[in-house]
Design a protein around this ligand. Structure first.
Ligand SMILES: [Zn+2]
Length: 374
């Protein structure tokens, strides 16, 4: 096999490089297991099926769950291609009628697009109930096993094939690439948390854990008209950042118990058991707690059932997000990407060949996100 580098033309749509035997190829990085460097490999781009869209990756940001898998704290099907916060441009469509975006508009080759982390049949019972991310036929970008028949499904690869039933939306090039990349996971998940919390306008919102999702949730709560936004975190620098994203009060996690005030909405992104308990304990009558952060096995939380009953409290869990959340996140970033310093959250400027170095940088420096450019 003769490897030919992929290239980008100066103008016009992005096209896969064609090798001498006429089979277009793409470079991917393969994750086998923790402690083993990623393998850079060139694979053939298969013929697209009806409904599929070939996207040329422009930028991928490393999510916390990518880091957890990389170091072995979280187990995924392997071998796999990590990376699910991705933005790119449409390179080609599979055969069939024009491909439409999540709002019904026609997509075009060359469009910069973002897409949901999942493909799921809209006809499944769970999709009908608004939770397509748990549909039995779920396909999840950045989380699938690499096989001979399925090779382009992660952000640490030059191309991604979007399957049928993937919500896709075009993006303006005004939105900075690394900021656009975070829509697929961080921004859409934060949007899901706010949806589950109910109406935000005029209400007191408290957010535990102001990492990437937490600061996005602060900004979304601010733009949705929250009366107060309290950020709670163990790290002073994260609290200071939250203030630039709309938080109106900053509380070090160790000081929270000393504050005796109620909140209407308690959102936990930290995964800390005590934080989740505090959220429920502090709910005002009719309040809602949303738990997002603790997606790993741990001990049980202690909750006063009488308090939940007398206060008519609601506790909701969220894993990933649905198509409405994805659309909300895209609309939000289009409207407010210049109102908050999102670009300051993403560090690094790595290439695909430097993906291991990008993980090492992310693990050592612990920025909100690390970017890999293509
Ligand atoms: Zn993620």
């Amino acid at each position: 096999m003769i490897n030919v580098p992929l290239s980008r033309s100066e103008s016009g749509p992005l096209q896969p490089e064609v090798k001498p035997n006429n089979m277009p190829t793409a470079k991917i990085t393969i994750f086998e297991k923790a402690g083993v460097p990623l393998t850079l490999k060139e694979v053939e781009i298969p013929a697209l099926k009806a409904g599929e869209v070939l996207v040329r990756t422009e930028c991928t940001t490393l999510c916390r769950s990518d880091l957890a898998t990389y170091v072995g704290r979280r187990i995924e099907k392997t071998p796999t291609i990590l990376g699910h916060e991705i933005v790119g441009r449409i390179a080609a469509f599979g055969p069939g009628t024009p491909t439409r975006d999540a709002r019904g508009e026609t997509l075009h080759v060359g469009d910069r697009v973002t897409w949901a982390i999942y493909a799921a049949s809209p006809d499944s019972e769970l999709s009908h109930r608004g939770i397509p991310q748990k549909s039995p036929d779920l396909f999840k970008y950045g989380h699938e096993r690499l096989t001979a028949d399925s090779t382009l499904h992660g952000g640490l690869g030059e191309y991604v094939i979007l399957r049928r039933h993937t919500p896709i939306l075009p993006l303006s090039t005004d939105v900075a690439l690394p900021v656009a990349a975070t829509i697929n996971c961080a921004m859409a998940t934060a949007a899901g948390a706010l949806r589950l919390a109910g109406p935000i306008a005029g209400r007191r919102v408290t957010i535990w854990g102001v990492g990437m999702l937490g600061v996005v949730a602060c900004a979304m709560a601010r733009t949705a008209g929250a009366a107060e936004i309290t950020a709670v975190d163990i790290a002073p620098h994260r609290l200071n950042t939250a203030a630039r994203f709309g938080a109106t009060r900053l509380v070090p996690a160790g000081s929270f118990d000393a504050i005796d005030e109620k909140t209407d909405i308690a959102i936990d992104f930290s995964g800390n058991l005590r934080a989740m308990e505090q959220g429920v304990e502090r709910l005002a009558v009719g309040g809602t707690a949303v738990w997002v952060g603790g997606v790993f096995p741990q001990n049980k939380v202690h909750i006063d059932s009488e308090r939940v009953i007398r206060n008519l409290s609601c506790i909701r869990g969220l894993h990933n997000y649905n198509a409405d959340d994805f659309q909300y996140a895209v609309s939000f970033i289009k409207a407010y990407h210049t109102d908050f310093p999102f670009d300051t959250l993403v560090k690094g400027h790595f290439t695909l060949a430097e993906a291991d170095a990008a993980f090492a940088f992310a693990l050592k420096e612990n920025p909100y996100r690390v970017a890999i450019y293509f």
